[in-house]
Write a protein that binds this ligand. Sequence first.
Ligand SMILES: *Cc1c(COP(=O)(O)O)cnc(C)c1O
Length: 463
Amino acid sequence: MDAARLPSVDAVLRTEAGRRAAERHGHKPAAEAIRAALADARQAWQAGQPAADAGRIAAIAEAALERAALPSPRPVFNLTGTVLHTNLGRALLAEAAIAAAVAAMRDPSALEFDLETGRRGERDDHFRARLAALCGAEDAAIVNNNAAALLLALSTLARGKEAVVSRGELIEIGGSFRLPEIMRQAGTRLIEVGTTNRTHARDYEVAIGPKTGLLMKVHPSNFAVQGFTKAVPHREVAQIARAAGLPFLDDLGSGTLLDLTRFGLKRERSVQDAIADGADLVTFSGDKLLGGPQAGLIVGRRDLIARLNKNHLKRALRIDKIRLAAFAATLDLYADPDRLAERLPTLRHFTRKRAEIAAIAGRLAPVFAAALGAEWQVDVADCVSQIGSGALPLDTLESAGLALRPAGSRPSGRQVEALAARLRQLPRPILGRIAEGALILDFRTLDDPEALAAAIRQSGTAP
Ligand SMILES: *Cc1c(COP(=O)(O)O)cnc(C)c1O
């Protein structure tokens, strides 16, 4: 085997691209990438292709190093039309929350330290009085996410006991959250009552026995049952629980702290509604409609929250200082509801007007048309966004964006899929959705049109 025609690693390192790669990524990673590129070049040469020179090997190695250096997970343009996209990390944080998280990372903070007394404090004390007051509840606690909140509540109140839930509410949520599995983990026996479409008050009443630990209702987050249906109102389940001396747990899921109708959205039961309807504990996520970091919130009766806090599981499920700081800062913004829609990105995206979104689409259409070339037809298009993450599952928001279609006389779905794949490979991937033979880019959640324009221009020049 004669590989003498290929340059040495050192010779490649001495080229301009080789020096740049070593400078940026370190000598060792650069040498390894060059060796890998040389191995490929040797195979190609043995297969009869001309031997690559040092400059070509250096360029290949540098490109491989640049690809490997892209952050993971990578920031993307979420143009899917789903505002709270679970696979894209749900809520985007407000600037105040980001600043609070950064401060918590950089400096020591009085996380579990009472500055008044100089003694040990509780991490929940940074928000519990404010959250409880906002919700009209006696007390509040925070854990890793809503799944953890449910695990903690069930394990505290119904370990070795039974939890009564309607069959119509035994939900599975994307990201492998299944209520029956959580129950099993908590050591709680699930007692299903009613049927998928109809549950009556007496179904709950006859299910209550000496082993019952609690009654529970779960928000049907990502579906709706229509037709011949009946569910027992929260207020009524709360009364049945109270009469039996049992706690009533309301898993709200998304959990808004506001009346969303003031922002022109459909009405969604708020945490305040849940407390007012008689829930003893309410659980919800921090990173859905609330617009904060991933977290699980529990609000309700003081004596029950005290029991949750004593459960050693809480230590295992606790939230870290970074997210706690971000959550407390997010909660602060709720003190001024008038400015919330400007400050909270999630709410800003929900409330954006179609005309404003369409104007952005109109400005970007020529940029996309130029970058994609004559093979693609680019149109400003109406579309509908959805809220996502189990909030208002049937409610859609009028939106606008671009529809990208193959321009030829016989457009194929494969071309659209190939374009979607190409846009996913950009340094900052552009994610849309495919519908009716087009790649639809919904601009409701686009915060930086200039950055998107730069990204699509770059895609035209990419190999
Ligand atoms: C989203 C959701 C959960 C899970 O919450 P996470 O914060 O993702 O753990 C649980 N219950 C309901 C009703 C939900 O909508």
